[in-house]
Design a protein around this ligand. Structure first.
Ligand code: NAD
Length: 399
């Protein structure tokens, strides 16, 4: 390859770092240097699994050859770790959300602009097979003019086996499903329809809920109100004229019911969970004018679909999202740095999501509809028809 590899360091060797390292070690533009964690055993384990260096966070920040820092720390550490990396002169790609409050995220956005550094943020699921197929269908006019978009995520946190207490400082008014999941849906809809210009909403904590999973350490106890809003409804007005709704609930009866639909003058797209790249039940369907009663499954036009979830992992145990391509936006950022072009998961896109969430949160208290200042471009589509080996799919990002 005639292009120098981009050296990358990862900070935060927890659950999701497996997936990132698994992705980033497969693409030609990236040289994964090392990973750190406050708990050295965690970074040691990841370093051994992926044949990279176990480093401290200070070593990553001080290494002059590392150009991109991947921030996979917990949400409440995103702003802090991103700031440290920017101050050390690194480009940063952060797990979602970009920050746990708009002010901190905006301060990092401004710092990056001042220093000529790049920020990117998860989710990058819109680069996957399902949402790229949807993008192609929309851009080629298959649903006509998009008029309405709605997103639903109905989860059951009381039933989940995780100790789901979020940091209370998240956002201006709590956390919970609003910040944990809404970002996937906002990001996916903005990638398809462009930016949101106004947002409002309602959100509340659903009282009297107890942990219902007998395996949960807090089984039978009431859920802490400080964990944040558990029911949220957001209203979005996209700049393109389409209206959107965002219904998020963590108090459902089911592990998860996800849904995104985009309704246009000539057709409707029914899209899979934007937490997955596509395949294994996460398919794209279209209903067309002239055949309004029938949904047709659309074969994927793009690579980067999910892999068989039963494929064994490198650690021999199940890892979160291990069958996905989370991290391909870092690959895109690396190519963008070398080519001197914009990267797809832009700082504007990352901040846009946080600004919208903040507006919905505030709207409930103030009864106001908020004008959204950030106006990200839709990320450039990937090339269709590139399937299979990572080397082939990598070309679809950069060509
Ligand atoms: N777990 C999942 O399934 C999943 C899926 C998608 C996205 N995410 C997102 O990824 C992020 C991380 O989630 P996770 O589940 O991997 O969390 P985690 O708690 O397993 O890992 C975070 C790690 O960051 C480390 N850390 C914090 N500050 C640090 C610092 N200054 N230097 C070095 N290490 C530091 C912590 O010690 C911890 O090990 C969150 O934003 C989460 O929303 C998680």
């Amino acid at each position: 390859m005639d292009v120098d590899k981009v050296k990358v360091g990862l900070i935060g060797s927890g659950n999701i770092s497996y997936t990132y390292l698994n992705t980033l070690t497969q693409f030609s533009i990236i040289e994964m240097v090392g990973c750190s964690d406050l708990i050295p055993e965690k970074s040691k384990a990841r370093a051994e699994t992926f044949g990279i260096r176990q480093m401290t966070t200070d070593e990553i920040l001080a290494d002059p050859e590392i150009e991109i820092v991947v921030n996979t720390t917990e949400l409440f550490n995103h702003n802090k770790v991103t700031r440290m990396a920017l101050e050390a002169g690194k480009h940063v790609y952060s797990e979602k959300a970009m920050g746990d409050n708009y002010e901190g995220a905006k301060a990092n956005y401004d710092l990056a602009a001042e220093k000529g550094l790049r920020i990117g943020s998860a989710p990058d699921i819109y680069m996957g097979a399902a949402y790229q197929t949807a993008r192609k269908l929309i851009d080629e006019g298959m649903i006509g003019t998009p008029l309405l978009a709605y997103a639903l995520c109905f989860r059951s946190y009381p039933f989940h086996a995780m100790p789901f207490e979020f940091p209370k400082a998240f956002g201006q008014r709590g956390s919970s499903i609003t910040y944990d999941m809404s970002g996937y849906y906002i990001n996916a809809m903005v990638a398809l329809l462009g930016p949101v210009q106004r947002a409002s909403g309602y959100s509340r904590f659903f009282e009297d809920r107890v942990y219902t999973n007998t395996g949960h350490p807090r089984y039978g106890q009431k859920i802490d109100k400080l964990s944040g809003e558990t029911v949220m409804m957001g209203n979005l007005e996209f700049e393109c004229g389409c209206y959107g709704s965002l219904a998020m609930c963590s108090e459902g009866f089911s592990p998860e019911i996800p849904r995104v639909e985009i309704l246009g003058t000539e057709g409707t797209l029914t899209l899979p969970d934007p937490n997955y790249f596509g395949g294994w039940g996460n398919d794209v369907y279209i209903t067309r004018v002239g055949n309004p009663g029938e949904k047709f499954k659309v074969p994927f036009t793009h690579g980067f679909s999910d892999m068989d979830p039963e494929i064994p992992t490198k650690t021999g145990k199940r890892e979160p999202c291990h069958n996905s391509w989370r991290g391909i936006a870092v690959v895109d950022m690396a190519w963008a740095i070398r080519r001197g072009r914009p990267h797809r998961s832009s700082a504007e896109l990352a901040l846009h999501t946080v600004e919208i969430l903040n507006a919905i949160d505030n709207s409930d208290a103030t009864n106001r509809v908020y004008s959204i200042e950030t106006r990200p471009q839709r990320p450039a589509p990937l090339k269709p028809g590139f399937f299979g080996h990572p080397t082939v799919m990598e070309a679809s990002i950069d060509l």
